[in-house]
Design a protein around this ligand. Structure first.
Ligand code: GLV
Ligand code: GLV
Length: 321
């Protein structure tokens, strides 16, 4: 019997892949850091029964139009804005993602980014390493308190709830804004629903965890930042395109907000000459929300399980469509 053909768009650890080689003919793009080129992606999509994709791969209608045999796209991310869902639906292709396994890990990173930004951790570290620490001083690297402040979570999914749980440990008041209310979270976590504008006006830390959709694109623009307190921080661990970076830069240099922590950018990787990178009140990370060894391994395994289920005629464990 011919084994189904699975193509993986990035080099992943062989020890995770190996057990699945018994069931599938598996090929991988041979580079760990270099993304696949369009030509190879098209060629492989034409042949594959399943593809395991990265969030940096654009899986659009023109690609799927050529994918005669494709039954599942397993995206190695909880987000799936890189995939044209309607094109996949038209062709009856399953799209799966990796929720749950990355929730706590991503919440850890989101909270770490918030704290690092508030307490100037990265700036203070490079201050020492550059040999600038000559004297102790009362306000040396003085930051802003986190405990007992108001946290505003925009996008109250699983990760938002996990961030809210962490915030409780810091005695924070938590507001959230979401398309739909989460009465259960309101009860169990003591979080309060707020309209977007009200949340922006009240929060000391505004954390964006909303998926990227037509509705959320650039939801953080000039108007949103102008509503925020001058002392407030903006943290983004969702998708860069939820933010108008030009407006964020202007809000920061005009001191309309105090600082920002960004794990994601409008264009990734961000150009090293981007003006946001010149600001000391901005902490930047290279989209590493779920990047721990344990969680990345679980995410890859979940993709492979989903592929195995769909190719044996079953429903994926965590499918989007
Ligand atoms: C990462 O950004 C993800 O969507 O999992
Ligand atoms: C998004 O899907 C989340 O888990 O927060």
């Amino acid at each position: 019997m011919v084994k189904p053909y699975l193509f993986v768009t990035r080099k992943l650890p062989e020890e995770i892949i190996r057990p699945f080689r018994r069931h599938f003919d598996i090929q991988m793009w041979p580079y760990e850091e270099k993304p696949i080129n369009r030509e190879t992606l098209e060629k492989e999509a034409r042949r594959a029964d399943a593809i395991l994709t990265m969030l940096s791969d654009q899986v659009d209608r023109s690609l799927l139009g050529q994918a005669e045999n494709l039954k599942i796209i397993a995206n190695l991310a909880v987000g799936y804005d890189n995939i044209d869902l309607s094109a996949a639906r038209d062709r009856g292709i399953t799209v799966s993602n990796t929720p749950d396994v990355l929730t706590e890990t991503t919440a850890d990173l989101t909270f770490a980014l918030l704290m690092a930004t508030a307490r100037r951790i990265v700036e203070a570290d490079s201050f020492i390493k550059k040999g600038q620490w000559n004297n102790w001083a009362p306000f040396l690297m003085a930051g802003t308190d986190v405990h007992h402040k108001t946290l505003g979570i925009v996008g109250m999914g699983r990760i938002g709830e996990a961030v809210a749980r962490r915030a409780r440990g810091f005695s924070m008041d938590v507001l959230y804004h979401n398309r739909t209310r989460h009465l259960q979270a309101e009860e169990s976590l003591g979080v309060q629903y707020a309209e977007f504008e009200f949340l922006l006006e009240q929060a000391d830390y505004v954390v964006c965890l909303a998926p990227l959709t037509e509705e959320t694109k650039h939801m953080f623009g000039e108007k949103a930042f102008s509503r925020m307190k001058k002392s407030a921080f903006f943290i983004n661990a969702s998708r860069g395109k939820n933010v108008d970076e030009q407006a964020l830069y202007q809000a920061l240099i005009r001191e309309e907000i105090a600082g920002a922590g960004l794990d994601v950018f409008e264009d990734e990787p961000i150009d090293s000459s981007h003006p946001l990178l010149t600001l000391q009140q901005v902490t930047c990370l290279p989209h590493i929300g779920s990047a721990t060894i344990e969680t990345r391994k679980r995410m890859i395994e979940l993709c492979l399980e989903n592929i195995a289920l769909v190719l044996s005629g079953k429903k994926a464990k965590t499918f989007v469509i």
